[in-house]
Ligand binder design. Structure first.
Ligand code: SAH
Ligand code: SF4
Length: 352
């Protein structure tokens, strides 16, 4: 079958969509109309866009289409967290997680790549390597598809992949999330988490507003080099400099994610060094107990080390939140996406 050479509307930033419309001789307000149909109403068939002329709809149909996703599998955890598996057109899969908050509200955790090239030693995704970047539409469609299942109020780019390793598509997806007539997310409702690609962090700050989260996970270069190889290229001093210079709105802070791993980074000495590192940074800290998995020999921290670590930070006026990992019984915990299903399908050998 001939590959569809038409443009997927969901791959276009609002500006690009405007140019596409102009190229078809259409007025700028047509862009807004299409955006409302596609993102606010979830209509993906041009023939249903009844406020556009028939000739224009036919012209659109010939040049473009709107991709639409349904999950292949949905798993629900005891705590209400839902994990969605999507099959991509080339057979690859990605996962998204919907985490309920109070009442009807929820946060969606989305993926930005199939796999990840960063090879962090604690992360299951990291052990597979990078298969490919997700296209803009493949990032956006996770939000569109999961929204059909209930309201989504916050987006976190913390699923599979390193978002700053796919910067152009991620920036385009953020631009789409923010269109007021479309999905309508405020810039404060979206958080991007990075392992610390310093030049791309700087570029991100110049190109678009988004909450920034940094996976820190260590307080010395020695330990961070071991846990996160990217640290050999961009050591802590450079990473923290980029954080101090990252443009923030009023009252906005950078979130530092810190996975506590037993006897690796969970001592009071680490807490002390962390306080020093964060000096001069508008920061808050998310403490995440390491999730054990068969891909790694690292271990979860003892309850008393978590407690002591958090207390040390709080006593020095650092906002430190313990983030319980939700959805553990369905392997929806961060960094654990993707592995389980691939093993079930026999793509990966089962662990002994
Ligand atoms: N690549 C980006 C964003 C996605 S990583 C980044 O590294 O920030 C997903 C998140 O899951 C990161 O915060 C990572 O630190 C966390 N994570 C990975 N493996 C984990 C594990 N075994 N236990 C707890 N958190 C883990
Ligand atoms: Fe990639 Fe993030 Fe996992 Fe590191 S923690 S391997 S950067 S997904």
């Amino acid at each position: 079958m001939k590959k569809d050479s038409r443009i997927d509307i969901k791959n276009l930033s609002p500006e690009e969509l405007g140019l596409f419309m102009a190229g078809m001789g259409q007025k700028p307000f047509r862009t807004k109309q299409i955006i409302q149909w596609v993102y606010a109403r979830g209509v993906t068939d041009f023939t249903e866009m009844t406020d556009l002329s028939k000739a224009f709809r036919e012209n659109l149909e010939a040049r473009a289409f709107v991709s639409d996703w349904e999950p292949e599998v949905v798993e629900e955890s005891r705590d209400g967290t839902r994990k969605y598996l999507f099959r991509l057109s080339d057979g690859q899969t990605v996962e998204s997680v919907r985490i309920p908050m109070d009442g009807e509200r929820s946060t969606i955790c989305i993926s930005t790549q199939v796999g990840c090239a960063m090879q962090c030693s604690f992360c299951l995704t990291g052990t597979f390597g990078l298969t490919r970047n997700l296209e803009t539409s493949e990032i956006v469609n996770q939000v569109c598809a999961v929204s059909k299942d209930g309201p989504v109020n916050n987006i976190v780019l913390m699923g599979m992949g390193e978002p700053l390793h796919n910067l152009d598509n991620v920036v385009r997806a953020l631009q789409i999330f923010y269109i007021p007539e479309g999905l309508g997310f405020g810039t404060r409702k979206v958080t991007l988490s990075t392992s610390g690609l310093v030049p791309q962090m700087v570029e991100l700050g110049q190109r678009i507003r988004v909450n920034l989260a940094v996976s820190l996970n260590a307080t010395t270069d020695e330990v961070r080099n071991e846990l996160m190889p990217i640290n050999k290229r961009y050591p802590l001093s450079e990473l923290m400099k980029a954080c101090r210079e990252f443009p923030l709105l009023q009252h906005q802070r950078i979130t530092f994610e810190y996975i506590l791993i037993r006897d690796v980074n969970d001592s009071i000495q680490d807490a002390k060094r962390l306080v020093k590192l964060l000096h001069g940074v508008k920061a808050k800290v998310n403490l995440i107990p390491y999730n054990e998995h068969e891909g790694s020999a690292l271990r979860s921290p003892l309850a008393e080390s978590i407690e002591a670590f958090q207390t040390y930070l709080l006593n020095r006026n650092i906002v430190a939140i313990r983030r319980a990992s939700k959805g553990q019984d369905i392997s929806a915990a961060c960094g654990q996406l993707k592995g389980k299903l691939d093993r079930q399908q026999g793509q990966l050998p089962l662990p002994d």
